[in-house]
Design a protein around this ligand. Sequence first.
Ligand code: SAH
Ligand code: SF4
Length: 470
Amino acid sequence: MKRNMDAPQIDLMRQSEIMARIAQRNGSRPERPAAFVDTYGCQQNEADSERIRGMLSKMGYAFTNDESSADVVVINTCAVREHAEMRVLGNIGALSHAKKANRDMVIAVCGCMVQQEHMAEKIKKSYPYVDLVFGTHELPRFPELLESVLKPNRKRVFAVTSSDGEIAEGLPVHRDRGVKAWLPVMYGCNNFCSYCVVPYVRGRERSRMPESIVEEAKSIVLEGYKDITLLGQNVNSYGRDLNRGVDFSYLIEEIDKIDGDFIIRFMTSHPKDATRRLFETMAGCRKAAPHIHLPFQAGNDRVLKAMNRGYTKNGYLELVAEAKEVIPDIVLTSDVIVGFPGETDEEFEDTLDVLKKVRFDSLFTFIYSPRKGTPAAGMPDPFTREDKQRRFDRLLELQYAISAEKHAEYVGRTVRVLVDGETGDEKANLSSRTAGGRLVHIRGDADNIGKFKDVKITGSTTWALFGEIV
Ligand code: SAH
Ligand code: SF4
């Protein structure tokens, strides 16, 4: 039996005391000190950053968008592809000037990239002005770590442990005002897809207690958010480690019961664990978005096996058929990797075939990026970057045509949308989303933001729909 252990309450109490101590010190300064939190990568990182901001706010920091004038800069990093790491390193490099101008500035780097030993080591050696590095499992100890670098004669602090982490309930959360809120339901991943670094940097799967999640969902709704995304690397295995007979469908049902007009979204669903029960729950819960993000990664069975994905092309297509049967208006999106080591041109045709058969509404597409320590990084890869780029371009061309056709089908229909922000474009100044997550540009007063509206769709492109409030 696996455990579900909350971070020892005693330690959280200690962190609270430290936060109060820092807040008192900050309160006695003539001006409130400012913090800047920069987030890379996935929604889970966004959610972690909201907790970092929550703690910073408790410690008396205001927030700024100008990193050069900040007293504390926190960079929350991603490791999923090399490109993400390069961007992070570039940004840390650029901070050296700000640090020269302000020696008291604290620079902290945290998250998935530095959870990898070789990257923490790189920061230690090549970026001497970074004061604090902490891994994904140390997040609840941020106040303590920050306090130790705020001391006079400051020493650099590196806190990266390889534990699977505990779940720290009760951390303060600072969400940006707005319409959408992230709600983590579980952490970590057990799937070890052969290309992926996530299980190494995020540890094993651990689910939050359903009561904690539902309580947080209630407060999110009370605060006025209208669009809640439940987060996990594979939400379909939610609850397995709790041994309480609860699963992800149960969670959706419980959140659906909360009073109020809001949308429930979730990501990500691993195809190997998606079930008819999940689709039926989505169909039966009024607030559940008719959208599923179901990454298939590759269409060829040999490649899928080498990726350790646990399903076949046909298995995937059958699952999609089942989803469409239970939820006829379902919006389907997916992730695809092009150029997995050894994937041939012929095998890649199977990926294109899945696109043609499923007709996804939109797609997130990636060229394979070798990740140190993963099995795929050691597999022979005879194809060049140009070979992969050529395939990638074909993939985009096909998907763009499908997205454009699917969007065109909306023209003339009236759909309910949630208005979520401004576009900066005079002709269609507001952005909104259908329940299925399609972007709709409309015209109207800014006080429509946060409201549900019926919109008649008048036009479409590959990327978006255009409409008029009716
Ligand atoms: N848990 C989620 C994915 C998290 S990573 C899931 O299983 O769907 C998000 C996406 O990044 C993955 O779906 C995959 O398409 C892509 N990705 C992950 N590792 C990658 C790598 N090494 N190279 C290229 N793309 C990768
Ligand atoms: Fe990575 Fe696979 Fe886990 Fe997703 S399910 S995070 S792709 S290992």
